[in-house]
Design a protein around this ligand. Structure first.
Ligand code: HEM
Length: 144
């Protein structure tokens, strides 16, 4: 297994996550503003798929980070991991995404086993989305 293969897989799954997350947001808003507050099939499915892709990303990401990433190794050796240049990618991105993955896992369980939406779950979903959009490597995926 080589690094560029893993990075490309990680990039591919990032696009998929953007797609399933968009559907998740639409389904969440529809549930929130629907009169009944009923958890729809679309919300259940979009939460499930977003969660699965997040777990896959976590696995690929952690393996890259600790075993393959030349950037992470170089930053460590230079003692520059906590600088503005490296911290967003190698510290903030993995940490925030793992927290988001945990929140999504909890949400998936809640949506699977309940029929009605609760405000606390909406808040949890908003926190997960905020973490994800904050830590997403926008520049590296779309920029130059
Ligand atoms: C959940 C745990 C995750 C971990 C531990 C992780 C780890 C990493 C690491 C170490 C890198 C830098 C690789 C390098 O250049 O050496 C990276 C880059 C990236 N990650 Fe993640 N990641 C995670 C989740 C995610 C998720 C959920 C997404 C998408 C929604 C994502 C999208 C990206 C993108 C787009 C890049 C930039 C790729 C590039 O530079 O070409 N990551 N990730």
């Amino acid at each position: 297994m080589d690094f560029s293969l893993m990075l490309n897989a990680h990039r591919g799954f990032a696009y998929l996550i953007l797609l399933t997350t968009a559907i998740f947001i639409i389904a969440l808003v529809m549930t929130m503003f629907g009169y009944s507050g009923k958890i729809t099939k679309l919300l259940r499915k979009s939460t499930l798929f977003t969660m699965i892709f997040f777990h896959t990303q976590a696995l690929i990401g952690l393996i890259m980070l600790f075993f393959f990433s030349p950037g992470f190794k170089a930053a460590l050796e230079a003692g520059e991991l906590m600088t503005k240049k490296y911290r967003p990618t190698y510290i903030e991105h993995p940490t925030a995404m793992i927290i988001a993955a945990v929140l999504l896992t909890i949400l998936n369980k809640k949506f699977k086993t309940n029929d009605k939406m609760q405000m606390s779950w909406v808040i949890m979903a908003v926190i997960a989305l905020a973490l994800m959009f904050w830590a997403f490597q926008w520049n590296r995926l779309f920029g130059g």
